[in-house]
Every structure is written in structure tokens, then in C-alpha cells.
Design a protein. Structure first.
Length: 507
């Protein structure tokens, strides 16, 4: 393992890179991710791994770091329960990028998920330059951001090289009402003309999509490099159009583009570096960025578990007058559906809390939205400090609950002894379950079959589970094995995955 790590790190500083005037390191569509989702097998990405890559690159090269937008948030519309957490997460992400001396960012439409004012506040707290030559304030028609920036570096001979970066966004993308975008090609022509004699390399940092980048390369011959985002295209090799080369590096920091650049530019030596576990810091020697990631996770947990964050969330779930509560959770299902419960408890779904506890993310609402049932529903999980309660509304702590769930999955039978809480003596599994009032985690019956309400009395429930339910959580980002290389769901694989967790039919 050590030899493999050394070989990997040795290969980062490529022979071509050593001869370059400057290395351009680029990313796009990070979607707010600071640490890779632990749901993925062998997950790629993470700011701490990127820091270790950059440390190696910077030992022998001058670096310009660029990001092509949709950096801060996973969507252009966030559920209300995630808004405050997502803003805090975006602040940590920008802090990590400042720590790594990131240079420039072009905004994407998702970067405005919390509005123009929040974007302005986040931008003001960052040292990176946000650029957009064709984004204007709607009322005044004045530029919303600087059109370009010039970064000076020194090559191996001590000579300055000037890298001009022009920000360009898609005219037809969804922008907040305070902003409007003009045609990118006209803006690019204007800025390229303005940069005549001021730059050795001209980079268009775009968030408009691959087809628009093609048109840009054809229409504006003065651009050397186009680094794009929005379509999340995984270009293992650049597209060459005229003298320009177009680059995109997938999403969520899974792959980082490393581009050796010199004048005249020829595109040689480009590499997409996958941020896999080989880039993890040694456990006994965490980096500054590793410590920031831990601070982020602790900060998210503290925020979500404070009384301030819960002041509107501490009431018990309220069903409409005259109706039963929407969710009974798996503990009630297990009372009658013993065969199905005995099957379910041995599936990965029943162990879904464990990876969150292991990763220190058991109070992260973005993670919990898939690893619980009913989070954010007015009749569902409203207080994440109570992922499970005993009869009488006494909460089981998350570590205790996880220990119990792990023992539940491993129990040889329903009569096998388990420990529900440290204060309880060992008791048969079925007896322990009967003491639980609700358990909103792990992934369970009502995730697939919807809320049971007063089942079995007047709600017959649907036994059929469709793949469209599965892919609400098993997205291309979290479950790439379910999808083709171009991001389309592989129906055959999805059906096979669903079959593995499908409970036996009722008798």
C-alpha cells in the first residue's frame, strides 16, 4: 500500500509539468461537497485530498487554481430544512479554498440557491475572485462581478507569465431576479480585445455547458483554454477546436484537472487526477485542511443540535385532527411482518446509521434526509437529537442507537439477547423492539412503501416498490455504479439492486 501511494504521488508531478510555465488546476460542479459522501464505494473527492495533491504539485510548479461554478450548493432550490446548514457548509467550503489559495471562480446558477444577498455575503468572506464578464445587475445594468483577472506567476527561468482568466456564464440559465446575463460570445470578444498585450495566456472560465463552449471556441479565436462547467462532462481528453482546447473535470472534486501551460500553448501533459484514498493524510499526521473538515463536521452538528436550531422543531409530530400519525416506523411494522422484518434487518438498509456515525455526520441533515424516514415532514422527524425514542418519549442517544442497530442486524434470531441501552440488561431482540416507540432511522419500510398511518385498519399499503423511489437517494453522485458513464440510469443494474433488498412476499 505504501509503495502504491509513493508511486501515485510520484506520478502527479509529470515530466511535462516540470517543463511548464504554470500549472492550471481546475474543478467544476463541486456542489457544496467538502468531504466525499461515505455512501459511495471507494469514494473520490474531498478538500483534504485536494490539499495533499496541491502540496505535491506546488513543490515544483507555479499554480493557478480555477473553478467553473456550481461550487457552493447541490441544487438551485434547497429545502427549507437545509438552508441554514447549507449556508454554513458553503462558508466552510470557501474557507477551505482560501486555505488552499484558490484563485478564481465563475458562478453557476446553483451558487445563488439562497439568493443574491447570501451569495454576496459569502463572496465577501472569501479571498478568491468571482468573475463574470456577462452578468449584470438587472436594475442598473452595471456589472455584477469583475469581468476578468490576471494572475502573474514565474516560470522556471524566473520570467513572469501572465494568465488572464475571463468569467463567462450561460445566458439562458436560471439566475436570481437581481441578475441578468448577456450573450457570452459578445462578452468574450470584448474582453479578449481588452486583454491584447496584457496576457501570455487567455483562459475562458465558463459556466454555460459543453455545447456553448464549443460555440465559444469557434467564435472567439483569441482564447487559448476553455475550462467549463454546468453539464458535468467528464472530458478525459480535451476537445480541440481551432487553437482552443476545452476542459471539464466531472463533478464533486472527484477528479481534478491538472494542465501544464506555457506560451505558446500546446495542451501537452494534461491529466485528470482522481482524488482516491491514496491522497488521504496519514492518520497520525492530519493536515490543516483535515482539521478544518473536522471543524466543519463539528460545527454542523453543533448548529443542528442547538436549541436555537430546534426552536421550531421540538414539538412532537402532529397528525391532522381525526387521523393517525403518518409514520409508524419500522418498530411497529416488525410486530406483524416478522418474516419481512427478519429479512430487512440483515440488509445494508438496516445498517444505514453506521456510516454516518463512523464519518461524524450523524447530525448532518443532508445525510439524514436519506438515512432516516420522514425528515422535514410536518408529521415526521423534526428533532434530530431524537432519532429514536422509547415508550414515554425518552430519547435513545445516537451512539447507543447505532450500537443497538448493529447488534440487531447480527442477531441470530428474534430471541437472541441484545442490549437496548447501557442501563438495560440484555433482553431478547423482540422484547427490545417492543420498548421502542419510534425509530426514524435507519432506511426502512416507509422509505419504500410511504407512510403507513393507521395501517392495517384502513390503509392497505402498497407492496410494490418502484425504482423511481430508489433513485431519490441512489443518485448518480451517491451511487455511480447504478449509472452509465454518461449519467443515465442503468435499468438492469437498478432492478438487480432493488431485488436484493426486496422483502419476501406476505403469506
Amino acid at each position: 500500500m505504501l509503495l502504491a501511494l509513493l508511486l501515485t504521488l510520484a506520478n502527479i508531478a509529470m515530466p511535462q509539468a516540470a517543463r511548464a510555465d504554470v500549472l492550471i488546476v481546475h474543478s467544476n460542479d463541486v456542489l457544496g461537497e467538502i468531504e466525499p459522501c461515505g455512501c459511495r464505494s471507494n469514494p473520490l473527492g474531498g478538500m483534504a485530498r485536494k490539499a495533499n495533491l496541491l502540496k505535491k504539485l506546488e513543490q515544483a510548479n507555479e499554480v493557478v487554481q480555477l473553478d467553473a461554478g456550481d461550487l457552493l450548493f447541490p441544487s438551485d432550490s434547497l429545502p427549507p430544512m437545509l438552508e441554514k446548514q447549507s449556508e454554513l457548509q458553503a462558508k466552510f467550503l470557501l474557507s477551505a479554498m482560501d486555505q488552499l489559495h484558490h484563485d478564481a471562480i465563475v458562478p453557476g446558477e446553483k451558487d445563488f440557491a439562497l439568493g443574491w444577498k447570501t451569495f454576496q455575503k459569502l463572496r465577501a468572506g472569501s479571498k478568491a475572485k468571482f468573475l463574470a464578464a456577462n452578468l449584470y445587475l438587472s436594475k442598473s445594468n452595471s456589472p455584477a462581478l469583475a469581468p476578468y483577472a490576471i494572475f502573474e506567476r514565474k516560470n522556471r527561468d524566473g520570467k513572469k507569465i501572465r494568465v488572464a482568466v475571463i468569467g463567462l456564464v450561460g445566458e439562458d440559465l436560471k439566475w436570481p431576479k437581481e441578475l441578468k446575463a448577456s450573450p457570452a460570445i459578445a462578452a468574450a470578444k470584448r474582453e479578449v480585445h481588452a486583454l491584447e498585450g496584457k496576457a501570455d495566456l487567455i483562459v475562458a472560465l465558463t459556466h454555460e455547458g459543453l455545447e456553448a463552449d464549443r460555440a465559444l471556441a469557434q467564435a472567439v479565436p483569441g482564447i487559448d483554454i476553455i475550462i467549463g462547467g454546468h453539464t458535468q462532462s467528464f472530458l478525459q481528453n480535451p476537445l480541440v477546436i481551432g487553437k482552443a482546447r476545452i476542459y471539464q473535470s466531472s463533478f464533486r472534486n472527484q477528479y481534478i484537472g491538472v494542465l501544464p501551460a506555457k506560451k505558446p500553448f500546446n495542451g501537452e501533459g494534461y491529466e485528470l487526477v482522481g482524488l482516491d484514498p491514496a491522497y488521504d493524510s496519514p492518520a497520525e499526521k492530519p493536515s490543516q485542511t483535515d482539521r478544518l473538515v473536522q471543524e466543519f463536521k463539528a460545527g454542523i452538528a453543533k448548529f443542528n443540535l442547538t436549541e436555537v436550531a430546534q426552536q421550531t422543531e421540538t414539538k412532537a409530530p402532529q397528525a391532522p385532527a381525526g387521523s393517525a400519525p403518518k409514520f409508524q416506523t419500522w418498530v411497529r411494522c416488525a410486530e406483524c411482518h416478522t418474516e419481512q422484518f427478519d429479512f430487512w434487518r440483515r440488509t445494508p438498509h438496516a445498517r444505514a446509521l453506521s456510516p454516518l456515525v463512523k464519518a461524524g455526520q450523524s447530525a448532518n441533515k443532508e445525510c439524514l434526509s436519506c438515512h432516516t424516514v420522514g425528515l422535514g415532514d410536518p408529521e415526521g422527524l423534526l428533532d434530530i437529537s431524537k432519532l429514536a425514542t422509547l415508550r414515554g418519549d425518552k430519547a435513545i442517544s445516537t451512539p447507543e442507537l447505532n450500537t443497538f442497530l448493529e447488534s440487531m442486524t447480527q442477531a441470530k434470531s428474534m430471541d437472541a439477547p441484545v442490549t437496548l441501552t447501557p442501563l438495560d440488561p440484555p433482553m431478547p431482540l423482540n422484547q427490545a423492539i417492543s420498548r421502542i416507540d419510534r425509530s426514524w432511522t435507519p432506511v426502512q419500510c416507509e422509505n419504500c412503501h410511504k407512510g403507513s398511518q393507521d395501517h392495517p385498519f384502513s390503509n392497505p399499503m402498497s407492496e410494490k416498490v418502484v425504482v423511481t423511489t430508489c433513485v431519490q437517494c441512489h443518485t448518480a453522485e451517491r451511487a455511480p455504479a447504478w449509472y452509465t458513464k454518461d449519467g443515465k440510469l442503468d435499468e438492469k443494474i437498478a432492478a438487480e439492486k432493488k431485488a436484493k433488498i426486496a422483502c419476501p412476499a406476505s403469506n
